[in-house]
Design a protein around this ligand. Structure first.
Ligand code: CP
Length: 308
């Protein structure tokens, strides 16, 4: 029960069989988080370091919780209080962390390719927790687990991904993961946020939210990534919301058992109305719960531990 790789850098590297192995492992590990004592000795003696150069609530906390549930020792480097602020390079920071002999380094960085850069230089495993606008592989895996739990399958499902596709590593990882697993993906958003290469990824591109959600089994809303925009990509938030904000009226166009997803954090009232985000079709908090299980699975499979 092992991924035959040192690192998890992107969905692009994973085969459908590896994705299924991670999802099956995560599904079997979920039960640990419901026990009175939420801990197994599987990764006892292993050291997991988290290195987040960008803010995070869900990813960072769930990696740390996941590692603790597997009995690994966890260490967080707070980048704003580290020697990075004195000008230490990423390569030097990583080399110094490596010298302390961790088993896994989990990195989020604003630069696409930063985890790959470290993976080539470090003996320990590296997990990409989000690199710029490139990939967020564990987010896509937890999204697939959530969809599979709700629908019982991935193959043949109609999935609409809506919003700021251009700046979204979540969209890039999900498009790859869903198409590899046989889902039919439709994307939409403001024309300025739909990169021209999208159709080469095997997705259908449509102009309106109504077209995208028609008949959808799954609707995945994306956050507008203001922090990655050097310019405005739409006139006003009100206009964005009027055209691409998911509201209760849109749900009538989708399948009766549609599920609504969002990776978080949510801009309430912009890309999704509070009624939908908190409504009966929303699985947004299930995604967060599954984040712990998926990250447990990835760490266990990379480090080759036996389940306790
Ligand atoms: N979904 C996600 O990556 O959330 P955080 O930025 O809070 O980690």
């Amino acid at each position: 029960m092992e991924l035959r790789r040192k690192d998890l850098l992107g969905i692009a590297d994973l085969s459908p069989e590896e994705i299924t192995l991670i999802l099956d492992t995560a599904a079997s590990l979920k039960e640990i988080s419901t026990r009175p004592i939420k801990k197994v000795p599987t990764l006892r003696g292993k050291t997991v370091v988290t290195l987040f150069y960008e803010p995070s609530t869900r990813t960072r906390m769930s990696f740390e919780i996941a590692a603790k549930r597997l009995s690994a020792d966890t260490v967080n480097l707070t980048v704003s209080a580290s020697s990075a602020v004195k000008g230490e390079t990423l390569a030097d920071t990583a080399a110094n962390l490596q010298a302390m002999q961790p088993d896994l380094l989990i990195i989020r960085h604003q630069a696409a390719g930063a985890p790959h850069f470290l993976a080539r230089r470090l003996a320990c495993g590296v997990i990409n927790a989000g690199d710029g606008m490139h990939e967020h592989p564990t987010q896509a895996l937890l999204d697939l687990l959530t969809i599979r739990e709700a629908k019982g399958r991935l193959h043949g499902l109609k999935v609409a991904i809506v919003g700021d596709i251009a700046h979204s590593r979540v969209a890039r990882s999900n498009i790859q993961a869903l198409t590899k697993m046989g889902s039919q993906v439709t994307v939409t958003g403001p024309a300025t946020m739909l990169p021209p290469y999208l159709e080469t990824l095997g997705v259908r591109v449509v102009r309106t939210l109504e077209e995208a959600v028609a008949g959808a089994d799954v609707i995945m809303m994306l956050r507008i990534q203001m922090e990655r925009m050097g310019q405005m990509y739409f006139s006003t938030l009100r206009e964005y919301s009027a055209h691409f904000g998911l509201a209760p009226r849109h749900l009538a166009l989708a399948q009766k058992d549609v599920i609504i997803m969002h990776p978080g954090p949510i801009n309430r009232g912009v890309e999704i109305s509070p009624e939908v985000a908190d409504g009966p079709y929303s699985v947004i908090l299930d995604q967060v719960t599954n984040g712990v299980a998926v990250r447990m699975a990835v760490m266990l499979l990379l480090l080759g531990g036996e389940r306790g």
